[in-house]
Ligand binder design. Structure first.
Ligand SMILES: Nc1nc2c([nH]c(=O)n2[C@H]2C[C@H](O)[C@@H](COP(=O)(O)OP(=O)(O)OP(=O)(O)O)O2)c(=O)[nH]1
Length: 142
């Protein structure tokens, strides 16, 4: 809700950032990295799968929806990585750990490769820069 502006209650403040939410899935000491296919400036870079929360959509619900669409799996968000990281104009990245409930992740949308990587292997991949702090946080807990 905007605080004390003329926009009225419930109206997002002008310029309020929209959220991109990414998910950290962990299996046997490895985390799931996904290689983007688009847009061109991000193609070939690695990230945590996820996407944009719709206006008004809870970010956990957005993560569940995005991982269903992109990977074909059902997940349950667990813990939000402390912090958020600015993206291109108007978006911020937030990252959650998530439990894999059902399914085997497949690169159905937005990615051409998925890889379960150790922290050492992850560090050697060309990640999108905004993901690096969340990657470091996760790697320290594996
Ligand atoms: N999904 C995701 N996007 C990230 C991460 N790090 C990062 O910089 N980004 C950027 C890449 C994209 O420009 C943007 C997210 O867009 P997206 O294409 O994944 O979102 P979306 O699935 O909702 O796509 P759309 O509605 O635009 O079609 O955020 C990350 O860890 N996960």
């Amino acid at each position: 809700m905007s605080a004390g502006t003329a926009e009225g209650p419930g109206t997002p403040a002008a310029g309020a950032p929209r959220i991109v939410v990414g998910g950290i899935l962990v299996r046997g000491g490895r985390l799931l990295a996904a290689r983007r296919t688009a847009p061109a400036e991000t193609a070939g870079r690695w990230e945590f799968p996820g996407g944009k929360a719709e206006p008004g959509e809870d970010e956990r619900a957005a993560l569940v929806r995005e991982l269903r669409e992109e990977l074909g799996v059902e997940v349950r968000p667990l813990v939000r990585v402390p912090g958020e990281w600015p993206l291109t104009a108007g978006f911020v990245l937030r990252v959650w750990t998530a439990e894999l409930l059902r399914g085997v992740p497949e690169p159905l949308e937005d990615h051409d490769e998925l890889r379960w990587v150790t922290p050492q292997e992850a560090a050697a991949l060309p990640w999108l820069d905004p993901d690096r702090p969340a990657l470091a946080w996760a790697a320290g807990r594996l």
